[in-house]
Design a protein around this ligand. Sequence first.
Ligand SMILES: CC(C)(COP(=O)(O)OP(=O)(O)OC[C@H]1O[C@@H](n2cnc3c(N)ncnc32)[C@H](O)[C@@H]1OP(=O)(O)O)[C@@H](O)C(=O)NCCC(=O)NCCS
Length: 144
Amino acid sequence: METKDITFRTRKWVRPEDLNANGTLFGGSLLKWIDEEAAIYAILQLGNGRAVTKYISEINFVSSAVQGDLIEMGLTATRFGRTSLTMRAEVRNMITRQSILTIEEIVFVNLSTTGKPEPHGYTEITYDRDRIPTHHLTETLQQD
Ligand SMILES: CC(C)(COP(=O)(O)OP(=O)(O)OC[C@H]1O[C@@H](n2cnc3c(N)ncnc32)[C@H](O)[C@@H]1OP(=O)(O)O)[C@@H](O)C(=O)NCCC(=O)NCCS
C-alpha cells in the first residue's frame, strides 16, 4: 500500500519526556500513540466504542525522530473482516516526510456488550462521520 492511501491526522511535537536514553524518540511512546490512533479510527469505522487491539504485526522503525521534531500519524483500513478491522499505519516527519515507522497490520476486534467478538456488518471505509457510536451522539444531544 502506498503512502498516498493514508490520511495523516494526528500530529505530535516530540518532547523531552518522549525520548529514550539515546536522546531519540522512545519506541514505546510511539506505539502508545499509534494504538490510541488506531482505536479512534476503529471506533469511527465500526461505530462501536468497544473495539480492542487484537494483533500488531511486525513494526518497522524506519528512522528516528529527535526532540522538537513535528511528526504525523496516519492509518488506513486495509481489510474489513466479520468481527475485525485491519489497518495499516505510518508515522512520518511532518516537514521532510521521512518515514519514521510503518506497521502493515493492526487488527482490532469489534466486541459485544459482554466482551465477545461481534460482527460489525461493514465492508468499506467511511470518510464521513456516519458511524459515530450512539452514546457519543447522546452526549452531543445533552449538550445542545
Ligand atoms: C479480542 C478477543 C475477544 C478475541 O477473541 P478470539 O477468541 O481471538 O476471537 P475470534 O477467534 O472469534 O477472532 C475474532 C477476530 O479476530 C481475528 N483474529 C484472531 N486472532 C488473530 C490474530 N492472531 N491475528 C489477526 N487476527 C486475528 C479473527 O480472524 C477474527 O476476525 P474476523 O471475525 O473478522 O474473521 C480476545 O482475544 C481478547 O479479549 N483479547 C484481549 C484484547 C485486549 O484486551 N486488547 C487490549 C490490549 S492488551
